[in-house]
Design a binder for this molecule. Sequence first.
Ligand SMILES: [Zn+2]
Ligand SMILES: [Zn+2]
Length: 302
Amino acid sequence: MKLTTLGCHSASPREKARTTAQLLEMRGHLFLIDCGEGTQMALRQSSTKFARIKHIFISHLHGDHFYGLAGLISTFQLQGREAELHIHAPKGAKEAMLLLLKVSGAHMVFPLHFHELESQESEVIFEDDKLSVTTIPLDHRIYANGFFFKEKNKERKLNVDAVQTLGIDVCYYQNIKNGKDVILDSGERIPNEMLSFPPAPPKSYAFCSDTLYHPEIVPIIKGVQVLYHESTFLEDNRALAERTKHSTALQAAQIAKAAEAQTLILGHYSSRYKDKRVFQDEAKTLFTNTLLSEDGKEFNFE
Ligand SMILES: [Zn+2]
Ligand SMILES: [Zn+2]
């Protein structure tokens, strides 16, 4: 699982500060999460093949998470994209995008599918045989969701030495990977644990975009491997965080601790803080394994 934080600042893009966008590589998928202004430049800097992005997830329709989408779709058009594109975004995104495309005289050359979100409850919005994506309802000034990306259980790993030593026929291998015992022609039962190893635990990533401190999300993301949680402010601006429906670094740490996350990544920094390390320092008072997102930074999680 690889995460690239293409942009990690709040409000407006600046000379050296991009607004929110992330790329998540998981089980062969390349998901774009949020698309602030300038995202396509960041994608080019990270040498991303645009056609590999088939799903875009937008947390909410504030400009710093959404205004890069029209430009990106336009570039896909200019590139002669043929691959389908699925956009999972709050209701209103489709109307906004189609109007922009219409007034700019764009003729769609690739299949563009909108999946508009309006539920107040957590729901599965994408699923295949390898993973699922679930919404995380947030509490922000407008309708907003985070997204929980979770791998499904993998197959067990075949113990090649054991199956060869016992002379187990190849036709049993898939059943063994599925966790079944093998019953030989003689009637003898070979327990699965002798023939296979447990799979690696499923990876998971929760993206918690702009939100007031909202402990209601904890049951949804319980046990998450990697949690991104916004930390626009520090505790010194707690009142401002509440007024603007954002979180502090300490509150992000509280969510990470309550959710028993393994790793916390902070982001969506307010420009009033000149040094990002203050966010990490505050969160670490409660949650040690706290990392800082930076524009263009890659994280690899095994
Ligand atoms: Zn924002
Ligand atoms: Zn916002």
